[in-house]
Design a binder for this molecule. Structure first.
Ligand code: D61
Ligand code: MG
Length: 463
């Protein structure tokens, strides 16, 4: 029955209107990359995707397919090692976006990338804390690469509201597991922690800033290099050390940097309001000062036209990294590494399309639907799909591009450049829209029937 349903659902998805990308390989990546709760919240998730049947297909497939993942296979080993178990618990506690893709990496890399994450998350928890006295913060950031070699070190000076403070309170477990990695992994991680800590300390001390604002676009690029581009460098080195990828991946620093820049800059656009409320400001003055005098004006009534133009200018800046990201992904050979790298990138392009010309960014935290995210996760298993997904969202951005916007031409050109790259390097990728077919209506009926069933179960539980 389940198999039948799956086949049926795959057929349904092939007939959805406006569907510009299709899953060409059902190589499954499962595990709780996104945790789907039961009943009412699951129901909300399904309802949010009601107008997107392919997302409902993805959600059901994801929810009901049996667990058979790299991480599940290794849970037993982890359970016998309390320190390692605690590290993976910390990974899932501190990362919504990266925990599951890290846990799904092949054995040769999983622990190294997990520890890389936890070490940099520890460093970032010091950087983000606005309650730490600046001299103390600076000293910690600059010496963190040495601290990670001090067995037993931990830290409880973070402010009570710092979201990941518990990680540093028990940091001795992270250090123990870091020291259990093979030395070549340790060297890569410590080297990146050194460079990132120094970069964060410079910015915390007002370098490259005027008052609290990041000044030039080049300062913005440098900041994103320190906090995310360097992660790209380190990951490429870890891939090479593990032997799962060739050393070539680690040779082109520019494209490794772009992988991080694309993720970090997209987050910085999406998090405008949250950062403003917390007293942080990452958008470069060189961009926003063209539109408003005060950064906070962007969220105020009466500034909508300026705010929209400013948002386009920020999105344009991010789009410049896309060709490098596609080059990077096309070089990868190991399936688990490919999934690990591709999933965050497709989430970012989907987020970029969502924020583009969307003034809600200035009013609330905008997020892609869970159904959309799950669909992207299931599809991001090969380069053909990833390119098709990028094209889909670029097409979406083109459609929303406003001829009256001052950056209209530049955005068109940036998208044209990406298209050109795809046509030159991936000419076989076919992303023609599937025509809407009458058969879809009976499929919709089936989906409605499934939803009615879910409603029924929920209703009976509530009685
Ligand atoms: C392939 C796959 C993943 C990649 C990649 C290539 C290249 C770069 C990155 C991931 C890094 C992306 C960073 C985007 C998210 N931004 C943050 O987490 C900000 O903190 C930056 C400093 C700490 C970086 C920690 C990190 C993040 C992701 C990783 C990783 C390390 C190690 C391995 C894999 C992924 C942001 O933090 C928000 C928060 O506190 O939650 C901030 O403070 O700006
Ligand atoms: Mg930070």
């Amino acid at each position: 029955m389940k198999l039948y349903l799956n086949r049926l659902l795959i057929r349904i998805s092939a007939r959805v209107p406006r569907k510009l990308w299709t899953i060409t390989q059902t190589h499954r990546l499962k595990g709780e990359i996104i945790s789907l709760p039961l009943f009412s919240t699951m129901l909300n998730t399904l309802l949010a995707s009601l107008r997107h049947p392919a997302e409902i297909e993805a959600l059901l497939k994801y929810k009901f397919s049996p667990p058979n993942t790299n991480f599940n296979r290794n849970k037993k080993i982890i359970a016998n090692n309390p320190t390692k178990k605690k590290c993976y618990d910390f990974l899932f506690l501190t990362s919504r976006s990266f925990a599951a893709v890290i846990a799904e990496l092949d054995d040769e890399l999983r622990d190294a990338v997990c520890l890389f994450y936890l070490i940099l998350r520890g460093l970032d928890t010091i950087e983000d804390d606005m309650t730490l006295p600046l001299p103390r913060k600076t000293e910690l950031l600059r010496s963190f690469h040495k601290i990670i070699y001090q067995r037993g070190w931990n830290f409880d000076e973070n402010g009570p509201n710092e979201k990941d403070r518990v990680l540093l309170v028990d940091y001795q477990v992270v250090i123990d597991e870091f020291l259990a990695l093979k030395p070549a992994f340790q060297t890569v991680i410590a080297d990146i922690a050194h460079k990132m800590g120094d970069g964060m300390a410079d910015y915390a001390n007002g370098e490259h800033r005027v008052n609290t604002a990041i000044e030039k676009i080049s300062d913005f690029d440098l900041y994103c290099h320190y906090v995310a581009g360097l992660v790209g460098y380190g990951l490429s080195d870890l891939f090479a050390v593990s032997g799962l990828e060739s050393a070539e991946v680690a040779n082109s620093k520019k494209i490794s940097n772009s992988m991080g820049q694309f993720l970090q800059k997209t987050n910085i656009i999406r998090d405008y309001l949250e950062d403003l409320v917390d007293g942080r400001q990452f958008w470069p003055r060189e961009i926003w000062a063209n539109y408003v005098e005060d950064f906070a004006d962007l969220s105020k009534p009466g500034f909508e036209v300026k705010a929209q133009a400013c948002l386009s200018a920020m999105v344009l800046n991010v789009l410049e990294h896309v060709p490098d990201c596609l080059v990077y992904l096309s070089q990868l050979r190991n399936q688990s590494v490919f999934n690990f790298c591709a999933i965050p990138q497709v989430m970012a392009i989907a987020t970029l399309a969502l924020v583009f010309n969307n003034l809600e960014v200035y009013r609330r935290n905008v997020k892609i639907r869970k159904g959309e995210a799950v669909r992207l996760i299931l599809a991001s298993t090969n380069m053909g799909n990833v390119v098709a997904i990028f094209r889909y969202y670029l097409y979406d951005i083109s459609g929303k591009n406003d001829p009256l916007d001052p950056n209209f031409m530049k955005i068109s050109i940036a998208i044209g450049k990406i298209e050109q790259w795809i046509e030159t390097n991936m000419p076989q990728t076919n992303v023609v829209a599937k025509p809407y077919s009458a058969a879809a209506s009976s499929s919709h009926l089936l989906l409605l029937a499934i939803l009615a069933g879910v409603f029924g179960v929920l209703y009976s539980r509530l009685q």
